[in-house]
Design a protein around this ligand. Sequence first.
Ligand code: FES
Ligand code: FES
Length: 209
Amino acid sequence: MANEVQLSRRGVLAVGTAGAALTAVAPTAAQTPRAESAPSRMPVSIEVNGAERTLDLDTRTTLLDALREHLHLTGAKKGCDHGQCGACTVIVDGKRINSCLSLAVMHEGSKVTTIEGLGAPENLHPMQAAFIKHDGYQCGYCTPGQICSAVAVLEEIRAGAPSHVSASLTDRPEPTGEEMRERMSGNICRCGAYSNIAEAMAEVAGARA
Ligand code: FES
Ligand code: FES
């Protein structure tokens, strides 16, 4: 019996030693070096300013980078790249979005309008003309985003979408200065052209700033 116990102990020790050796040699799953995988790419078709554009993109590409770096539409600006300044605002399927927060591959088949598509120097959009008339900018860095946002804001009001300052969730809001300021609060202007922007918007809306 004593021998059996002795043998068993040896056996256990032998197995234990072999196991320890294996453990030392074989890396755990967490330690296994991963093969570097290439970033995945996808074709994406987006209608940009009325023209169908197909791009082969790294799936991590933001809509802003697709517009600026791949289509060379540099009107939309990269201010913060974190959804905090509104400089990258473009209109997608009639709604304004921060293009820095949206992946291009999410917009397959979408219609995107940038500041370049709103109007041209010889044929300005009424909002662009009003910004010029009312000096709605100084350095101009935020301006493409401000104008895209302003155009979409007036559409939101026309469509009856309430905001945080709307008196009623069901009645159609009026394009008041308060409504427009609230809805434009995501577009930061470091030059402080806010009152002039409000006047430009009010003129286009046919309202008081
Ligand atoms: Fe997109 Fe600032 S660059 S919100
Ligand atoms: Fe300079 Fe707005 S005009 S940041």
